[in-house]
Design a protein around this ligand. Sequence first.
Ligand code: HEC
Length: 302
Amino acid sequence: MTRTRWAAAAVVAAGVAGLFGAQVRAQSRWGANYFPNVALTTQDGDRVHFYDLIKGRIVAIDLIYTTCEYNCPLETARLAQVQRLLGDRVGRDIFFYSITIDPEHDTPAVLKAYAEQYHAGPGWLFLNATLDDVDLLSKKLGLYSEPNPENKDGHMPTLLIGNEATGQWMRASALDNPQFTAAMIGNWMSSWNGAAPGKSYAEAVPLQLSGKGEYLFSTKCVACHSIGGGDRIGPDLAGVTAKRDRLWLTRYIAGPDQMREDPIAKHLFERFNRIRMPNLNLSEDEAGDVLSFVDAQTARHR
Ligand code: HEC
């Protein structure tokens, strides 16, 4: 990735606190003239214009790059869950747009392969534009910020949700509970059509979490892994603690990007469509908590 890309990759939006209160405050009213009508190319090679993509629609927009090994894989996997929860509304009145901030590498063909890896359905476009246009757009959307050398990822998982017709826009974390995000997009954003106001965070489906490991698993792993429910984007983790050395697992979960040359990691990478397990910033202690949860769940599935 080039230097300029790192600059654009530092997508640290001002309102990203990740707390619901901050998200609501981030809501603003943007008129039609606000958006630059830049030309973009979809993963199918179609030429489109930004304003046409959002006009009269409820949309969720995020910035990604396909070679990202930090937050974006989880963001994309989460958004795929949100898409499944919203069902066929996606492509009808709701649309998802993932715009690459590394357009030189992420050609439409690369984006198409990426979309397929994450099982993105209709109504979800992966978009490429010129570097200048991506910067312009990300600045206008409040998804851009100056580079921060302290931030290895250089990317904050921000999802911009909006309803162009009503002028309601807000920033959410792309790593929120998918059920909450889906409720947010499907209910709150639809309130213009006379439906009841959207659910508040307090009303969102409560997660029944008993411990730290379960919490971590349900927020950071479940988009890609099940425990006893079969392979998803990554392998089914049932029994993995019996199959592999504990220390290896701990190191792998805490720093998969440090283990690219490890023979087991290489083999898994080939087996899982060359999707990389992302570095999710877990400490080794936290990895241990998740593994205890995996142990307990595995025992329940026996
Ligand atoms: C974006 C998807 C994604 C997320 C999120 C993710 N993983 Fe993975 N994981 C993978 C993929 C893909 C692999 C297969 C190896 C590879 O290609 O890097 C993998 C492999 C693994 C393995 C090795 C399995 C084996 O058979 O040895 C473990 C353990 C694992 N992940 C645990 C976790 C845990 C714990 C979390 C949450 C903290 C997590 N993963 C989050 C995608 C993901």
